[in-house]
Design a protein around this ligand. Structure first.
Ligand SMILES: Nc1nc2c(ncn2[C@@H]2O[C@H](COP(=O)(O)OP(=O)(O)O)[C@@H](O)[C@H]2O)c(=O)[nH]1
Ligand SMILES: [Mg+2]
Length: 322
């Protein structure tokens, strides 16, 4: 019988590299071209400026980078390598202190305390919350963790079915709404189940839009607060999912969620279908909230922890990260 040939498994590094290809080529590749074309004339500087602003890094940061570059140009010290090195180091220096706030327990079951860790996942419709939870539940279950997932997006039956498929594959338990239950009610029931079964993680999938006249932020706030009745520390983490396609506009979204819920981390999805993956830099800086995970596709393996050096190296095509 002919043997079924499995395609070679891609490493996370390969997935991340492919995931950031659009941003790398669309922005940084063009910047490289300007440098390799010759002297940085006024015209070339204008082109560079437009590209950098178009990369959605945030206006303040781009302004500072251009100032530095002009200084390098007037000092005749403007090689591509020196500019890239400066860029990489500047972005890394700004992101690292914030990124160091991400706790290991979010990726590694052996790094967590004996208690159940409750993670609430929020974000507007379609950004990838349910998919991310599926990937995350799989990842943690593979490490031997007991994961209980709550389907708190009670307004869309399809959302619950989608989550159930992921949970079955992951071997995670899913708690669904009883007839007429509110989102906060499902969150409460899920945590109760997770605590009584001594689960390692309780992950709550929330709605991104309400099909009632209710206010989404108020509903999410209620969902968050009710958890403390069962565990004063819950939720340990409130993570906002942001779609890389949104670029800098995601910052406004993030600010609103942060104001109401007190975000502890961000999840940056769909980097593979956007050339604006660089917007992560500006968002982290402005919000002072770190990125916990990055998503680069629809496959279960397309999610991993966000490592600033890997992200910047692959984005800028710099260092030995390729
Ligand atoms: N290309 C790509 N698609 C993604 C990624 N994450 C999620 N998606 C897709 O985005 C769509 C919406 O995702 P979903 O999880 O239902 O979003 P939710 O409404 O926030 O729960 C689905 O078609 C997902 O397969 C990603 O990292 N890359
Ligand atoms: Mg969903």
């Amino acid at each position: 019988m002919p043997q079924k040939v499995e395609p070679p498994k891609k490493s996370w590094h390969q997935r991340l590299s492919q995931g950031l290809a659009l941003s790398r080529q669309g922005v940084w590749g063009k910047i490289e071209n300007i440098f390799t074309r010759g002297d940085l004339t006024d015209e070339a500087m204008e082109e560079l400026e437009a590209l950098l602003y178009g990369a959605d890094l945030g206006t303040q940061l781009v302004g500072e980078m251009l100032k530095e570059l002009r200084q390098q140009v007037s000092a005749k010290n403007n090689t591509l390598d020196s500019f890239k090195a400066y860029f990489y180091e500047t972005l890394k220096t700004r992101m690292s202190p914030i990124q160091s706030l991400v706790p290991e327990e979010l990726f590694d079951v052996t790094k967590k305390k004996a208690e159940t860790i409750t993670i609430m996942i929020v974000g507007v419709n379609g950004v990838g919350k349910t998919t991310t939870i599926g990937k995350l539940a799989t990842r943690l279950s593979r490490q031997g963790a007991k994961v209980v997932v709550g389907a708190c997006d009670t307004f869309r039956a399809a959302a619950v079915d989608q989550l159930e498929v992921w949970c079955q594959r992951a071997g995670a338990q899913m708690v669904r709404a009883k007839e007429g239950a509110s989102p906060s009610g499902v969150g409460y029931e899920t945590l109760k189940t997770a605590l009584s079964s001594k689960a390692d993680y309780c992950i709550l999938d929330t709605a991104g839009r309400l099909h009632t006249k209710g206010n989404l932020m108020e509903e999410l706030k209620k969902s968050k607060e009710v958890l403390a009745k069962l565990d004063p520390k819950a939720p340990h983490h409130v993570l906002l999912v942001l779609d890389a396609i949104t670029g800098q506009n995601a910052l406004r979204q993030a600010q609103e969620f942060h104001k109401t819920l007190g975000l502890t981390g961000l999840i940056f999805t769909k980097c593979d279908s956007s050339s604006k993956a660089g917007s992560a830099v500006g968002i982290v800086q402005e919000l002072k909230v770190p990125i916990a995970y990055i998503g680069v596709g629809e496959d279960v393996e397309d999610l991993d922890r966000f490592v600033v050096e890997d992200y910047l190296g692959l984005l800028l095509n710099y260092g030995n990260s390729n």
